[in-house]
Design a protein around this ligand. Structure first.
Ligand code: 2PG
Ligand code: MG
Length: 412
């Protein structure tokens, strides 16, 4: 069994050019596990805190003071690594050491452990004999907190090739739809600059409904029938629009406001009109009952909680009790440690809530998430379509396919 011999943290930068941390965990003086922490722009109220006082340097300082506590531990023993972390920071949201450290130490340890035994990372997280590829769910058009003024209020319009039979086909269809949409946007608006949002989706000057129309046209012009070979999804990221004082959703860019009842209708109309397979955070992060109305109305659509659940097992239990959603986003850094996130995945599975493992809008070129998506039996993997930090994760899926250990695509 391997033993951790050293841990080192460093200050680096994410895809937005913001400071973040990277951690190296080395076992037996040989096996390097390494990961860089991502970060979100639309952040849920109850997420783990990325860094104490927003200072990555502070996280690294605390890590330096405590790194000896991890030396000698078995890097594959996630629970022990998590518990050791908890002796340093026992706060619910990792406000002392920073969720980014919890994220990075636990994943780098598993990465190091996987290298020490020469198996792919997903294998170390799950020995299930029926692992499948989650369908890549990719952002093709960005707005909201991920793109500038003039873009839609809706944060993300996504594509998923849910009729594809292989992971390569599913990835290539997403590329094709993204490209086709680019052509449509350029034709419609000669001044379109090919500008893209934080996750690589196009960022055109369009209202929500126009944007959805263009995305639907892109799929149809390629000969796909929406809801059949290819489906659209939307991350409404509604907490961005929710105004607590007014008790309304304020769509500043489009110029209208929705009461909570109107918001349900607004989302339901989009789900129906565009035959969405996937609808994330269609209401704000505290609106469990309104989410439950949508979940009941659309049992065949992935009515997904992201800010609503923040990868928090206790919040998930509450959501499950009121049947607020049938799918859950899993973002390790929202939870903190990989151990926390896997506990969340267990609880979701126990409650028949489908898992969608997701990137953050501020990412690194790491690709451990592709393994985590497979090991948690995620139905979809929300990792973008283009941009180096997004492609890195898609390319890793293709490398994984070479092992021949994965039995085709997930059943959604
Ligand atoms: C989301 C994510 C990823 P962010 O809202 O689902 O797409 O964005 O990382 O900014 O929270
Ligand atoms: Mg989201």
């Amino acid at each position: 069994m391997a033993r951790i011999t050293s841990i080192r943290g460093r200050l680096l930068y994410n895809s937005r050019g913001n400071k973040t941390i990277e951690i190296d965990v080395i076992s037996d003086n040989t096996h390097l596990g390494r990961i860089c922490a991502p970060s979100g722009a639309s952040v849920g109220k109850h997420e783990a805190i990325s860094f104490p006082e927003n200072k990555p340097e502070k996280s690294l300082e605390i890590l330096r003071e405590n790194e000896k506590k991890f030396v000698g531990l078995d890097p594959s023993n996630l629970k022990l690594i998590h518990e050791t972390l908890r002796t340093i920071d026992s706060t619910g949201n990792y406000s002392k050491i920073g969720g980014s450290i919890a994220f990075a130490i636990t994943i780098a340890s598993i990465d190091s452990a996987a290298k020490s035994v020469g198996v792919p990372l997903f294998r170390l997280l799950s020995n299930d004999s029926d692992l499948r590829f989650p369908f890549p769910l990719g952002n093709i058009l960005g707005g909201g907190a991920h793109a500038g003024p003039g873009t839609p209020d809706i944060q993300e319009i996504l594509v998923c090739a849910n009729g594809s039979k292989t992971i390569r086909e599913a990835i290539e269809v997403n590329f094709a739809v993204h490209k086709e949409l680019g052509k449509i946007l350029a034709k419609r608006e000669p001044s379109f600059t090919n500008g893209r949002g934080d996750e690589g989706g196009w960022a055109p000057r369009l209202k929500n409904d126009e944007a959805l129309e263009m995305c639907a046209s892109a799929c149809e012009q390629l000969g796909f029938t929406l809801g059949k070979e290819v489906s659209l999804g939307v991350d409404f990221a509604s907490s961005t629009q929710w105004n607590e004082k007014k008790k309304k959703y304020v769509y500043e860019r489009a110029g209208f406001e929705n009461t909570p009842e109107e918001q349900i209708e607004f989302a339901a109309n989009i789900i129906k009109k565009y035959k969405l397979a996937y609808a994330e955070d269609a209401v704000h992060e505290e609106a469990f009952d309104e989410m439950a109305i949508l979940a009941e109305k659309f049992p065949n659509v992935l009515i997904t909680g992201d800010d609503l659940l923040v990868t928090n097992t206790e919040i998930l239990k509450r959501a499950a009790r009121v049947k607020a959603c049938n799918a859950a986003i899993l973002k390790v850094n929202q939870a903190g440690s990989l151990y926390d996130a896997l506990e969340f995945a267990k609880e979701a599975t126990k409650n028949n809530i489908k898992i969608i493992t997701s990137h953050r809008s501020g990412e690194s070129v790491d690709s451990h998430i592709s393994h985590i998506g497979i090991a948690t039996k995620s139905k979809m993997l929300k990792i973008g379509v283009v941009g180096g930090e997004r492609i890195a994760k898609l390319n890793e899926l293709l490398r994984i396919a070479e092992h021949g250990l994965i039995r085709g695509m997930a059943e959604i």
